[in-house]
Design a protein around this ligand. Structure first.
Ligand code: ADP
Length: 181
């Protein structure tokens, strides 16, 4: 397995090249849209492997609360995945003038939600870098900054895993995380 590891206080930060649906962690973060319609990319992979219960709970969530604003998160169970929860994070589309702030919030709120749920490990994908068009480099910079900033204040979370699909994404994240962490 291709991976690299950093340590910030008690928190291990791991970058892995692979499939997020295979991760043995408590919380898997999904790169979702506001309507939680999991029709493509990492969202579709999560529903395919976790089962329709994830889409069903997502639909119920939106019915109850309305669409999830960009930068915010919604929680469902994780069906047949190894994880206990899926945190659906809504990232921005590249080109939005408020995009960087929203992406920062989406990542930050995902990590804080896992912490609030009392969980010890979380896996995040490179939110907004697929259909939403963000460059890997920009996402990596934003993610590295938040992870560095939040880690010292985390009590429950012991591992933050970033799961990159493909070599280009992995190499870019590795370079940026080495610079920043
Ligand atoms: P967004 O709409 O936020 O851009 P996408 O699902 O299109 O979301 O892509 C987000 C990132 O997740 C992209 O870098 C994509 O290559 C990656 N990705 C797609 N499938 C998987 C998977 N099974 N595991 C991890 N990452 C994945």
């Amino acid at each position: 397995m291709v991976q690299t590891r950093f340590k910030i206080g008690n928190v291990t930060v791991r970058l892995i090249q692979g499939d997020i649906t295979e991760q043995d962690v408590d919380v898997i973060v999904n790169a979702a849209n506001s309507y939680l319609k999991h029709g493509g990319g990492v969202a579709l992979a999560i529903v395919r492997k976790g089962g329709e219960i994830i889409q069903k709970e997502s639909d119920e969530w939106v019915k109850r609360n309305g669409p999830v604003p960009e930068g915010e998160v919604a929680v469902t169970t994780a069906g047949k995945l190894k994880a206990k929860y899926v945190v659906h994070a809504v990232g921005p589309k590249f080109g939005d003038p408020e995009g960087d702030v929203k992406l920062r919030n989406a990542i930050r709120n995902s990590i804080l939600k896992a912490e609030e749920l009392g969980q010890s490990s979380i896996a995040l994908p490179a939110i907004s870098t697929g259909i939403y068009g963000y460059p890997y480099e920009r996402c990596a910079q934003i993610m590295a900054d938040i992870v560095k900033e939040l880690s010292p204040s985390l009590n429950n979370l012991k591992e933050i895993r970033v799961v990159l699909w493909g070599q280009e994404a992995f190499e870019t994240f590795r370079r940026i995380f080495h610079e920043k962490l």
